[in-house]
Design a protein around this ligand. Structure first.
Ligand SMILES: [Zn+2]
Length: 556
């Protein structure tokens, strides 16, 4: 205490002794020269929903020079980039990219989760305190209030005294709301229904700007209500499986999951706009809208850095429906490549080549359809939670006298009723262990951990490290299960994600543009490294919960 006082006194004397004016003047001049040297006019954050790293390499021959290839050839490619937490899902994914940390700190532990304090299920972006803007439905009642730390977009707003703009865009509300941070000028998402409009929340604005209303009133979205055919000759798509196979979901009245996809609802120009989500046209609509935002919001028009956060959601819907190895996924990425090219050309034109910086990553990966893997003799399969439920209930009744002891199962975590455990005169740690040991005997469950283990240990590698980074003491559960590699809880068609396994964690990370070196690395990088890398590039504060570190190699 004494020492502290002395230090403070010394500092005060030092400050008083300094010729303040001179120091301030010199400092501001230095800062200015740093800013001019390093600050891009626009940062573009791109998250491709459900993009595995190997989609870059597998479809490489089909990409044009101006899209993915431009980022790889002229920018920096982090080839060994991973999510370092589970669950690997969209809400936590977008949040972790923009906050530079993991659910353990930012609090977004799933898309949906069980709020154990209030005994209700919550959605990561919903907020009944706000009204929808641009629709009379509830689809706009969103805010980032469940995210407990700042984002890179927030820090840029704070640094520029709110002069730098942030606009966030995605078909999915959570893909826009979370990247936009707490201080976004606007976040927009797609309300399909029978309108196909871009909407927002009263968290950001009272009404939609004119350019958004104009876009919604135009025929732009309606024009995508058309048949989905492959962009190139399907016979050149040698990097995916047969078009007609049993591992893909069917659309409406379709009898086979094959091109062209042209059901009545796909062609109807006046209704059923939700269907566009699971076609590559959803990404094209997102691109069209992002270009309108760029022009009408004058993003990157002056020297104060703006931020455009774009998330391409259709890749995820297509992956869930058709699976990693489908012709549909291949065509979706080939078309996304053309949309990226279109977008970058607009940035060149309105912001200026070399005046902006882009990063591109994903919010999670995905597993190949287990039924397909099994047919190829690869260990994989499905877990049947309904079957487990019956056996598990018997066990709970026998051991604890009641099934009420388990209040919820979500994101592969069991939540226990701590009051019942106390009334039974049991120790919580003991109850967690008894339940974990039982669950480990079930087919498809490979590993179990307890909340207590997450509390008391400090894991530094492997699956427990990944689980712990996703474990939030205030919000997470009591018993954590990890499914056997290759095993999912999902229908037998299409792909999914959410696990700590490498097929869900390995995703692209590309940097391109002002301040970025050309090159690549196979050294491991992690998703929370993205935000501090951008902070370091801009010379601004790191997001408040940052646990990642800047990737030094990327920066000039
Ligand atoms: Zn996702």
């Amino acid at each position: 205490m004494l020492l502290k006082k002395a230090t403070l006194l010394f500092l005060l004397i030092l400050i008083a002794a300094c010729p303040v004016g001179l120091v301030a003047q010199k400092k501001s001049k230095d800062l200015k020269s740093i800013e001019i040297k390093t600050s891009p006019k626009l940062i573009v954050g791109i998250v491709v929903d459900q993009m595995r790293y190997d989609y870059l390499t597998r479809f490489w021959n089909h990409y044009e020079e101006g899209g993915f290839r431009r980022l790889v050839n002229e920018g920096f490619n982090c080839k060994n980039n991973h999510f370092n937490y589970a669950p690997t899902k969209t809400g936590p994914g977008h949040t972790s990219v923009y906050t530079g940390t993991t659910p353990a700190r930012h609090g977004v532990i799933g898309n949906n989760w069980y709020d154990k304090v209030n005994d209700v299920e919550v959605y990561c972006a919903s907020d009944p305190a706000y009204e929808s803007v641009g629709t009379t439905s509830d689809a706009g009642k969103m805010s980032p209030h469940r995210m407990r730390v700042t984002t890179i977009t927030d820090e840029l707003r704070l640094h520029t005294q709110m002069r730098g703009k942030t606009i966030a865009i995605a078909l999915k509300d959570r893909g826009a709301v979370l990247p936009g941070g707490h201080t976004a000028n606007a976040a927009y998402w797609f309300h399909g229904a029978d309108v196909g409009h871009w909407i927002s929340s009263s968290y950001y604005m009272k009404e939609l700007p004119k350019w958004v209303n104009d876009f919604n009133a135009s025929d732009k979205v309606k024009d995508y209500k058309k048949s989905w055919t492959t962009l190139k000759d399907i016979n050149t798509y040698l990097e995916s499986g047969m078009d007609n196979n049993k591992y893909e979901g069917l659309l409406e009245t379709e009898i086979t999951p094959t091109f062209p996809h042209n059901t009545a609802n796909m062609l109807n120009r006046n209704a059923d706009f939700e269907i566009l989500r699971a076609t590559p046209y959803g990404n094209s609509i997102t691109t069209d809208f992002a270009i309108e935002a760029l022009k009408n919001e004058n993003l990157g028009a002056d020297t104060i850095t703006d931020f455009l956060a774009i998330s391409f959601s259709s890749t995820d819907y297509v992956g869930h429906k058709y699976g990693v190895n489908s012709k549909e996924v291949q065509d979706t990425y080939i078309r996304l490549d053309r949309d990226l090219e279109r977008l970058f050309k607009e940035f060149d034109k309105s912001v200026g080549k070399g005046e902006y910086t882009v990063f591109l990553t994903a919010d999670h990966g995905a597993i190949d359809v287990p039924a397909y893997l099994k047919d190829k003799k690869i260990p994989a399969g499905y877990i049947d939670f309904a079957a487990i439920e019956a056996k598990f209930s018997e066990f709970l009744k026998y051991t604890f006298g009641t099934t009420d002891i388990v209040t919820n199962l979500s994101n592969n975590q069991y939540f226990l009723d701590h009051k019942i455990i106390k009334n039974l005169d049991m120790d919580l740690v003991e109850a967690q262990e008894i339940i974990a040991k039982e669950l480990l005997t079930y087919e498809g469950i490979d590993q179990v951990f307890t909340g207590h283990q997450m509390w008391k240990n400090n894991y530094t590698s492997g699956v427990p490290y990944i689980l712990q980074k996703g474990y939030n003491q205030k919000r997470s559960g009591d018993v954590l299960i990890v499914l056997t590699p290759g095993v999912i809880s999902y229908p037998k068609t299409g792909s999914t994600h959410g696990s700590p396994q490498i097929y869900d964690t390995h995703v692209p990370l590309l940097f391109y543009g002002k301040g970025i070196k050309a090159g690549s690395t196979v050294e491991r990088t992690e998703i929370p490294d993205i935000a501090p890398t951008i902070s370091a590039l801009l010379g601004i504060a790191f997001p408040s919960g940052t646990t990642g570190k800047p990737i030094a190699k990327v920066l000039e």
